[in-house]
Design a protein around this ligand. Structure first.
Ligand SMILES: Nc1nc2c(ncn2[C@@H]2O[C@H](COP(=O)(O)OP(=O)(O)O)[C@@H](O)[C@H]2O)c(=O)[nH]1
Ligand SMILES: [Mg+2]
Length: 364
Protein backbone atom coordinates (compact mmCIF):
# COMPACT_ATOMS: atom_id res chain seq x y z
CA UNK A 1 0.00 0.00 0.00
CA UNK A 2 1.08 3.57 -0.53
CA UNK A 3 1.03 4.47 3.10
CA UNK A 4 -2.67 5.21 3.30
CA UNK A 5 -2.25 6.47 6.82
CA UNK A 6 -0.14 9.25 5.40
CA UNK A 7 -2.48 9.98 2.53
CA UNK A 8 -5.44 10.38 4.79
CA UNK A 9 -3.59 12.47 7.32
CA UNK A 10 -4.96 15.95 7.32
CA UNK A 11 -2.55 18.67 8.01
CA UNK A 12 -3.48 21.03 10.78
CA UNK A 13 -2.79 24.60 9.74
CA UNK A 14 -3.04 25.82 13.31
CA UNK A 15 0.38 24.35 13.94
CA UNK A 16 1.90 26.57 11.29
CA UNK A 17 3.11 30.07 11.82
CA UNK A 18 1.95 32.29 9.02
CA UNK A 19 4.44 35.08 9.26
CA UNK A 20 4.46 36.34 5.69
CA UNK A 21 1.82 38.44 4.08
CA UNK A 22 -0.35 36.52 1.66
CA UNK A 23 -0.85 39.48 -0.67
CA UNK A 24 2.66 40.79 -1.18
CA UNK A 25 4.72 39.03 -3.81
CA UNK A 26 7.25 37.14 -1.75
CA UNK A 27 10.47 36.00 -3.29
CA UNK A 28 11.96 32.61 -2.59
CA UNK A 29 12.92 32.49 1.05
CA UNK A 30 16.11 30.77 2.07
CA UNK A 31 14.73 29.99 5.51
CA UNK A 32 12.47 26.97 5.82
CA UNK A 33 10.39 28.03 8.78
CA UNK A 34 7.20 26.19 7.89
CA UNK A 35 6.80 23.26 10.28
CA UNK A 36 6.55 20.80 7.41
CA UNK A 37 9.43 22.23 5.39
CA UNK A 38 12.31 20.82 7.41
CA UNK A 39 10.66 17.43 7.74
CA UNK A 40 10.03 17.25 4.00
CA UNK A 41 13.62 18.24 3.25
CA UNK A 42 14.70 15.51 5.67
CA UNK A 43 12.82 13.07 3.43
CA UNK A 44 10.04 12.23 5.91
CA UNK A 45 7.36 10.52 3.86
CA UNK A 46 4.62 11.34 6.30
CA UNK A 47 5.46 15.03 6.11
CA UNK A 48 5.52 14.81 2.31
CA UNK A 49 2.07 13.23 2.31
CA UNK A 50 0.83 15.94 4.67
CA UNK A 51 2.35 18.64 2.44
CA UNK A 52 0.55 17.23 -0.59
CA UNK A 53 -2.71 17.07 1.36
CA UNK A 54 -2.20 20.75 2.14
CA UNK A 55 -1.65 21.51 -1.55
CA UNK A 56 -4.80 19.60 -2.48
CA UNK A 57 -6.95 21.35 0.08
CA UNK A 58 -9.45 23.87 -1.21
CA UNK A 59 -9.60 25.81 2.06
CA UNK A 60 -8.32 29.36 1.74
CA UNK A 61 -6.14 29.14 4.87
CA UNK A 62 -4.63 25.88 3.63
CA UNK A 63 -3.94 27.48 0.26
CA UNK A 64 -1.93 30.27 1.80
CA UNK A 65 -0.07 27.74 3.98
CA UNK A 66 0.68 25.68 0.87
CA UNK A 67 2.03 28.78 -0.87
CA UNK A 68 4.34 29.49 2.04
CA UNK A 69 5.52 25.90 2.14
CA UNK A 70 6.17 25.74 -1.61
CA UNK A 71 7.98 29.06 -1.62
CA UNK A 72 10.25 27.89 1.17
CA UNK A 73 10.93 24.57 -0.53
CA UNK A 74 11.55 25.99 -3.99
CA UNK A 75 15.35 26.23 -3.52
CA UNK A 76 15.38 22.47 -2.82
CA UNK A 77 13.56 21.53 -6.00
CA UNK A 78 14.70 20.68 -9.51
CA UNK A 79 16.87 17.68 -8.69
CA UNK A 80 14.74 14.84 -9.98
CA UNK A 81 14.44 13.16 -13.33
CA UNK A 82 10.85 14.03 -14.27
CA UNK A 83 9.26 11.32 -16.38
CA UNK A 84 5.78 11.63 -17.89
CA UNK A 85 3.98 8.43 -18.89
CA UNK A 86 0.78 8.37 -20.92
CA UNK A 87 -1.29 5.83 -22.76
CA UNK A 88 -4.83 4.57 -23.14
CA UNK A 89 -6.43 2.63 -20.27
CA UNK A 90 -5.33 -1.00 -20.32
CA UNK A 91 -2.14 -0.43 -22.27
CA UNK A 92 -0.11 -1.43 -19.21
CA UNK A 93 1.01 1.86 -17.64
CA UNK A 94 0.57 0.76 -14.03
CA UNK A 95 2.26 -2.57 -14.67
CA UNK A 96 5.13 -0.79 -16.43
CA UNK A 97 5.56 1.89 -13.75
CA UNK A 98 5.64 -0.77 -11.05
CA UNK A 99 8.38 -2.69 -12.87
CA UNK A 100 10.37 0.41 -13.82
CA UNK A 101 10.00 1.76 -10.27
CA UNK A 102 11.25 -1.46 -8.72
CA UNK A 103 14.14 -1.55 -11.18
CA UNK A 104 15.09 1.99 -10.14
CA UNK A 105 14.83 1.42 -6.39
CA UNK A 106 17.01 -1.63 -7.07
CA UNK A 107 19.60 0.81 -8.43
CA UNK A 108 19.37 2.69 -5.14
CA UNK A 109 17.14 5.48 -6.42
CA UNK A 110 14.18 6.98 -4.60
CA UNK A 111 11.11 6.99 -6.80
CA UNK A 112 7.86 8.95 -6.52
CA UNK A 113 4.79 8.27 -8.66
CA UNK A 114 2.06 10.87 -9.13
CA UNK A 115 -1.01 10.88 -11.32
CA UNK A 116 -2.93 13.39 -13.38
CA UNK A 117 -6.43 12.08 -13.82
CA UNK A 118 -9.20 14.65 -13.99
CA UNK A 119 -11.70 11.86 -14.64
CA UNK A 120 -11.12 10.37 -11.19
CA UNK A 121 -14.17 12.15 -9.83
CA UNK A 122 -16.43 10.73 -12.53
CA UNK A 123 -15.13 7.20 -12.51
CA UNK A 124 -15.06 7.10 -8.73
CA UNK A 125 -11.47 5.96 -8.63
CA UNK A 126 -8.06 7.18 -9.49
CA UNK A 127 -5.85 5.68 -12.17
CA UNK A 128 -3.61 4.73 -9.30
CA UNK A 129 -6.56 3.26 -7.50
CA UNK A 130 -5.56 -0.06 -8.99
CA UNK A 131 -2.82 -0.33 -6.44
CA UNK A 132 -2.77 -4.08 -6.85
CA UNK A 133 -0.56 -3.50 -9.87
CA UNK A 134 1.84 -1.40 -7.84
CA UNK A 135 1.86 -3.34 -4.63
CA UNK A 136 5.57 -4.07 -4.66
CA UNK A 137 6.50 -0.48 -5.32
CA UNK A 138 3.94 0.95 -2.92
CA UNK A 139 5.42 -1.10 -0.08
CA UNK A 140 8.99 -0.14 -0.84
CA UNK A 141 10.58 2.29 1.64
CA UNK A 142 12.26 4.20 -1.19
CA UNK A 143 9.08 4.71 -3.14
CA UNK A 144 6.16 7.08 -2.72
CA UNK A 145 2.90 6.71 -4.62
CA UNK A 146 0.22 9.35 -4.64
CA UNK A 147 -3.06 8.97 -6.50
CA UNK A 148 -4.50 11.80 -8.51
CA UNK A 149 -6.28 14.39 -6.40
CA UNK A 150 -9.93 13.67 -6.83
CA UNK A 151 -12.18 16.03 -8.66
CA UNK A 152 -11.78 19.34 -10.33
CA UNK A 153 -10.80 20.54 -13.73
CA UNK A 154 -7.77 19.31 -15.61
CA UNK A 155 -6.15 22.67 -14.90
CA UNK A 156 -6.71 22.27 -11.16
CA UNK A 157 -5.52 18.67 -11.04
CA UNK A 158 -2.47 19.48 -13.16
CA UNK A 159 -1.52 22.39 -10.93
CA UNK A 160 -1.72 20.31 -7.78
CA UNK A 161 0.32 17.56 -9.43
CA UNK A 162 2.99 20.07 -10.51
CA UNK A 163 3.21 21.36 -6.98
CA UNK A 164 3.30 17.83 -5.57
CA UNK A 165 6.16 17.09 -7.95
CA UNK A 166 8.11 20.00 -6.48
CA UNK A 167 7.45 18.69 -2.99
CA UNK A 168 8.74 15.24 -4.00
CA UNK A 169 11.91 16.87 -5.30
CA UNK A 170 12.36 18.78 -2.07
CA UNK A 171 11.98 15.45 -0.26
CA UNK A 172 14.95 14.15 -2.23
CA UNK A 173 13.30 11.81 -4.71
CA UNK A 174 15.64 11.07 -7.61
CA UNK A 175 12.94 10.14 -10.08
CA UNK A 176 9.37 11.42 -10.25
CA UNK A 177 7.04 9.57 -12.60
CA UNK A 178 3.81 11.32 -13.55
CA UNK A 179 1.20 9.03 -15.02
CA UNK A 180 -1.83 10.07 -17.00
CA UNK A 181 -4.49 8.36 -19.04
CA UNK A 182 -4.52 9.23 -22.71
CA UNK A 183 -7.39 11.67 -22.79
CA UNK A 184 -6.11 14.47 -24.97
CA UNK A 185 -5.32 17.52 -22.93
CA UNK A 186 -3.98 15.66 -19.91
CA UNK A 187 -1.05 14.45 -22.04
CA UNK A 188 -0.19 18.01 -22.89
CA UNK A 189 -0.34 18.90 -19.20
CA UNK A 190 1.93 16.00 -18.22
CA UNK A 191 4.38 16.63 -21.07
CA UNK A 192 4.47 20.20 -19.77
CA UNK A 193 5.78 19.11 -16.39
CA UNK A 194 8.20 16.38 -17.50
CA UNK A 195 11.75 16.31 -18.77
CA UNK A 196 10.95 13.28 -20.89
CA UNK A 197 7.55 12.14 -22.10
CA UNK A 198 6.93 8.43 -22.67
CA UNK A 199 3.98 7.45 -24.79
CA UNK A 200 2.90 3.89 -24.21
CA UNK A 201 1.11 2.12 -27.04
CA UNK A 202 -0.27 -1.33 -27.56
CA UNK A 203 0.62 -3.45 -30.54
CA UNK A 204 -1.76 -2.12 -33.17
CA UNK A 205 -2.92 -2.88 -36.63
CA UNK A 206 -1.95 -0.41 -39.34
CA UNK A 207 -5.34 1.26 -39.51
CA UNK A 208 -5.21 2.07 -35.80
CA UNK A 209 -2.01 3.94 -36.44
CA UNK A 210 -3.82 5.99 -39.06
CA UNK A 211 -6.43 6.98 -36.52
CA UNK A 212 -3.91 7.94 -33.88
CA UNK A 213 -3.76 11.52 -32.96
CA UNK A 214 -0.70 13.02 -34.53
CA UNK A 215 -0.49 15.61 -31.78
CA UNK A 216 0.10 12.98 -29.13
CA UNK A 217 2.85 11.33 -31.15
CA UNK A 218 4.51 14.71 -31.53
CA UNK A 219 4.73 15.06 -27.76
CA UNK A 220 6.60 11.79 -27.33
CA UNK A 221 10.32 11.58 -26.64
CA UNK A 222 10.05 7.83 -26.41
CA UNK A 223 7.32 5.57 -27.73
CA UNK A 224 7.01 2.32 -25.82
CA UNK A 225 5.22 -0.53 -27.52
CA UNK A 226 4.16 -2.63 -24.56
CA UNK A 227 2.90 -6.23 -24.48
CA UNK A 228 5.67 -7.39 -26.80
CA UNK A 229 5.21 -10.94 -25.57
CA UNK A 230 3.46 -14.19 -26.44
CA UNK A 231 1.01 -13.88 -29.30
CA UNK A 232 1.39 -10.09 -29.34
CA UNK A 233 5.10 -10.18 -30.02
CA UNK A 234 4.94 -10.20 -33.82
CA UNK A 235 2.25 -7.52 -33.84
CA UNK A 236 4.36 -5.44 -31.50
CA UNK A 237 7.39 -5.65 -33.76
CA UNK A 238 5.41 -4.64 -36.78
CA UNK A 239 3.73 -1.78 -34.89
CA UNK A 240 7.10 -0.54 -33.67
CA UNK A 241 8.27 -0.36 -37.28
CA UNK A 242 5.16 1.60 -38.24
CA UNK A 243 5.52 4.00 -35.32
CA UNK A 244 9.17 4.54 -36.26
CA UNK A 245 8.16 5.35 -39.82
CA UNK A 246 5.43 7.72 -38.60
CA UNK A 247 7.82 9.51 -36.26
CA UNK A 248 10.36 9.80 -39.02
CA UNK A 249 7.92 11.92 -40.98
CA UNK A 250 7.41 14.32 -38.09
CA UNK A 251 9.60 17.21 -37.18
CA UNK A 252 11.84 16.21 -34.26
CA UNK A 253 10.76 17.73 -30.97
CA UNK A 254 14.21 19.11 -30.37
CA UNK A 255 17.40 19.72 -32.34
CA UNK A 256 19.14 17.40 -29.89
CA UNK A 257 16.68 14.55 -29.76
CA UNK A 258 14.64 12.46 -32.16
CA UNK A 259 11.92 10.30 -30.66
CA UNK A 260 12.75 6.63 -30.22
CA UNK A 261 10.60 3.52 -30.25
CA UNK A 262 11.23 0.59 -27.90
CA UNK A 263 9.57 -2.77 -27.42
CA UNK A 264 8.70 -3.66 -23.84
CA UNK A 265 6.93 -6.40 -21.97
CA UNK A 266 5.99 -5.01 -18.59
CA UNK A 267 4.44 -8.34 -17.73
CA UNK A 268 7.62 -10.27 -18.43
CA UNK A 269 9.77 -7.38 -17.23
CA UNK A 270 11.63 -7.10 -20.50
CA UNK A 271 12.92 -3.92 -22.07
CA UNK A 272 12.89 -1.96 -18.80
CA UNK A 273 16.65 -1.49 -18.64
CA UNK A 274 16.59 -0.23 -22.22
CA UNK A 275 13.92 2.33 -21.33
CA UNK A 276 16.06 3.64 -18.49
CA UNK A 277 19.10 3.75 -20.79
CA UNK A 278 17.14 5.90 -23.25
CA UNK A 279 15.96 8.17 -20.43
CA UNK A 280 19.57 8.70 -19.43
CA UNK A 281 20.69 9.23 -23.00
CA UNK A 282 17.94 11.82 -23.47
CA UNK A 283 18.99 13.46 -20.23
CA UNK A 284 22.61 13.64 -21.33
CA UNK A 285 21.67 15.04 -24.75
CA UNK A 286 19.38 17.74 -23.37
CA UNK A 287 21.59 18.41 -20.36
CA UNK A 288 24.83 19.07 -22.23
CA UNK A 289 23.11 21.29 -24.76
CA UNK A 290 21.42 23.32 -22.03
CA UNK A 291 18.07 22.42 -23.49
CA UNK A 292 16.70 20.76 -20.38
CA UNK A 293 17.15 23.90 -18.28
CA UNK A 294 15.67 25.98 -21.08
CA UNK A 295 12.74 23.58 -21.29
CA UNK A 296 12.10 23.80 -17.55
CA UNK A 297 12.21 27.59 -17.64
CA UNK A 298 9.74 27.57 -20.51
CA UNK A 299 7.51 25.12 -18.64
CA UNK A 300 7.52 27.41 -15.59
CA UNK A 301 6.57 30.35 -17.77
CA UNK A 302 3.80 28.37 -19.46
CA UNK A 303 2.58 27.25 -16.06
CA UNK A 304 2.37 30.85 -14.88
CA UNK A 305 0.33 31.86 -17.93
CA UNK A 306 -1.90 28.81 -17.57
CA UNK A 307 -2.62 29.94 -14.02
CA UNK A 308 -3.46 33.45 -15.16
CA UNK A 309 -5.74 32.27 -17.95
CA UNK A 310 -7.45 29.70 -15.71
CA UNK A 311 -8.02 32.30 -13.00
CA UNK A 312 -9.46 34.81 -15.43
CA UNK A 313 -11.74 32.20 -16.96
CA UNK A 314 -12.90 31.06 -13.53
CA UNK A 315 -13.78 34.62 -12.56
CA UNK A 316 -15.67 35.18 -15.79
CA UNK A 317 -17.60 31.96 -15.47
CA UNK A 318 -18.40 32.03 -11.77
CA UNK A 319 -18.76 35.62 -10.63
CA UNK A 320 -22.40 36.23 -9.80
CA UNK A 321 -22.55 39.56 -11.59
CA UNK A 322 -20.53 38.75 -14.66
CA UNK A 323 -21.21 35.08 -15.35
CA UNK A 324 -24.79 35.61 -16.64
CA UNK A 325 -23.56 38.30 -19.01
CA UNK A 326 -20.73 36.11 -20.24
CA UNK A 327 -23.16 33.25 -20.78
CA UNK A 328 -25.42 35.54 -22.77
CA UNK A 329 -22.59 36.75 -24.97
CA UNK A 330 -21.54 33.14 -25.49
CA UNK A 331 -25.09 32.29 -26.53
CA UNK A 332 -25.10 35.11 -29.09
CA UNK A 333 -21.86 33.77 -30.55
CA UNK A 334 -23.26 30.24 -30.67
CA UNK A 335 -26.27 31.56 -32.58
CA UNK A 336 -24.15 33.47 -35.04
CA UNK A 337 -25.51 36.82 -33.84
CA UNK A 338 -22.23 38.21 -32.56
CA UNK A 339 -18.70 37.97 -33.90
CA UNK A 340 -16.37 36.08 -31.55
CA UNK A 341 -13.88 38.95 -31.67
CA UNK A 342 -16.54 41.47 -30.64
CA UNK A 343 -17.76 39.12 -27.96
CA UNK A 344 -14.22 38.73 -26.61
CA UNK A 345 -13.80 42.51 -26.45
CA UNK A 346 -17.06 42.82 -24.58
CA UNK A 347 -16.10 40.11 -22.11
CA UNK A 348 -12.67 41.66 -21.54
CA UNK A 349 -14.26 45.05 -20.88
CA UNK A 350 -16.54 43.42 -18.35
CA UNK A 351 -13.54 41.72 -16.81
CA UNK A 352 -11.70 45.03 -16.44
CA UNK A 353 -14.61 46.46 -14.54
CA UNK A 354 -14.16 43.66 -12.05
CA UNK A 355 -10.55 44.33 -11.12
CA UNK A 356 -11.32 44.86 -7.44
CA UNK A 357 -12.69 41.36 -7.19
CA UNK A 358 -9.89 39.42 -8.82
CA UNK A 359 -7.65 38.96 -5.79
CA UNK A 360 -9.72 36.28 -4.15
CA UNK A 361 -10.38 34.35 -7.31
CA UNK A 362 -7.69 31.74 -7.65
CA UNK A 363 -9.19 28.68 -9.35
CA UNK A 364 -10.29 25.82 -7.12
N1 LIG B 1 0.59 -9.57 -22.21
C1 LIG B 1 0.83 -8.48 -21.51
N2 LIG B 1 -0.11 -7.95 -20.71
C2 LIG B 1 0.19 -6.85 -20.00
C3 LIG B 1 1.46 -6.22 -20.07
N3 LIG B 1 1.44 -5.13 -19.28
C4 LIG B 1 0.22 -5.08 -18.72
N4 LIG B 1 -0.54 -6.09 -19.14
C5 LIG B 1 -1.92 -6.41 -18.77
O1 LIG B 1 -2.76 -5.41 -19.29
C6 LIG B 1 -3.82 -5.13 -18.37
C7 LIG B 1 -3.86 -3.65 -18.04
O2 LIG B 1 -2.67 -3.29 -17.36
P1 LIG B 1 -2.56 -1.97 -16.49
O3 LIG B 1 -1.13 -1.87 -16.03
O4 LIG B 1 -3.60 -1.89 -15.45
O5 LIG B 1 -2.87 -0.87 -17.60
P2 LIG B 1 -3.14 0.71 -17.42
O6 LIG B 1 -4.61 0.90 -17.45
O7 LIG B 1 -2.50 1.34 -18.62
O8 LIG B 1 -2.51 1.15 -16.14
C8 LIG B 1 -3.57 -6.01 -17.15
O9 LIG B 1 -4.36 -7.16 -17.26
C9 LIG B 1 -2.10 -6.35 -17.27
O10 LIG B 1 -1.78 -7.60 -16.68
C10 LIG B 1 2.46 -6.82 -20.92
O11 LIG B 1 3.58 -6.37 -21.03
N5 LIG B 1 2.09 -7.94 -21.61
MG1 LIG C 1 -3.37 2.09 -14.46
Amino acid sequence: MSDPACDSTHYSPSAASDTSSSCAVSRVSAVATHPLAKRIIAGERRALAQGITLIESTRADHKSQADILLTQLLPQTGGAVRIGVSGTPGVGKSTFIEVLGLFLVGLGKRVAVLAVDPSSVRTGGSILGDKTRMEGLACHPDAFIRPSPSGGTLGGVARRTRESLLLCEAAGFDVVIVETVGVGQSEVAVAGMSDIFLLMLAPAAGDELQGMKRGVMELADLVIVNKADGDFRRHAERSAGEYRAALHLMRPKSPHWSARVLLVSALEERGIEEVWAVVQEHRAALGSSGEREAQRVLQAKDWMWREVVDAVETVLRTDVEVAPEVAQVEWLVLNGELLPTRAAQHILQTFCSLSGKIAGCIPE
